[in-house]
Ligand binder design. Structure first.
Ligand code: URA
Length: 211
């Protein structure tokens, strides 16, 4: 896996993720926890944002103080529909980020992603892209999303998820070795339906209460 996979083992994230995994956790609580964790993931994924100095005046003295040089250059791309949960949390922390959406659904028989929606900022080629989707399972959707985003020539691409399966990481890193994966956990395996085990179930259904 090398340096491409960044496993974020912060105790707050681990604790909240365990609460999300529990079958009895309600939709409202699940949504809230995902938002909280996503803010913490955003903290990690933005570690390398550039700063510049700005002359300000404190109550006591003038000061050359650091401010973000590139916050307006970030674009968060949500893979619909579960990506919305991570997007909401990240926007709390980075409200000036631009947003894009990519709609992919998994064909239940082949597990192959089919694109049904794509909308990103027109100047994406000047921006750093963070693609978000809670579950890196087979990796098919993530790989397809990155492929599609690469065709828009952004400055850089990072992929952020909550849970990853070893199979998904393997697939993703083989096709896109240049794109780092940020994840809060790497689970044991995929089951025969492409679900992550032990996982947390269907992230979209749990987020939107559609089951
Ligand atoms: N998508 C989900 O929502 N859950 C999984 O376990 C795998 C893919």
């Amino acid at each position: 896996m090398g340096n491409q996979v960044i496993l974020i083992k912060h105790p707050l994230i681990q604790h909240k993720l365990t609460l999300m995994r529990k079958a009895e956790t309600s939709t409202a609580k699940f949504r809230f926890l995902l938002k909280e964790i996503s803010m913490l993931l955003a903290y990690e994924v933005t570690r390398d944002l550039q700063l510049k100095c700005e002359l300000i005046q404190t109550p006591l003295a003038p000061m050359n103080a650091p401010v973000l040089a590139s916050d307006k250059k970030l674009v968060i791309i949500s893979i619909q529909r579960a990506g919305q949960g991570i997007l909401d949390g990240m926007l709390e922390l980075i409200p000036s980020a631009r947003v894009g959406h990519i709609g992919l659904y998994r064909d239940p028989k082949t597990l192959i992603p089919v694109e049904y929606y794509f909308k990103v900022p027109h100047d994406i080629n000047k921006r750093d892209v963070v693609i978000v989707d809670p579950m890196l399972a087979t990796g098919n959707s993530a790989v397809a999303a990155v492929e599609r985003l690469k065709s828009t020539n952004p400055q850089s691409i990072k992929f952020v998820c909550l849970l990853a399966a070893p199979e998904g990481i393997e697939h993703f890193t083989q096709v896109h070795p240049d794109v780092p994966i940020y994840t809060a956990a790497i689970d044991e395996k995929l089951d025969e339906h492409g679900y992550i085990v032990p996982g947390l179930g269907d992230a979209g259904d749990r987020l939107f209460g559609t089951k």
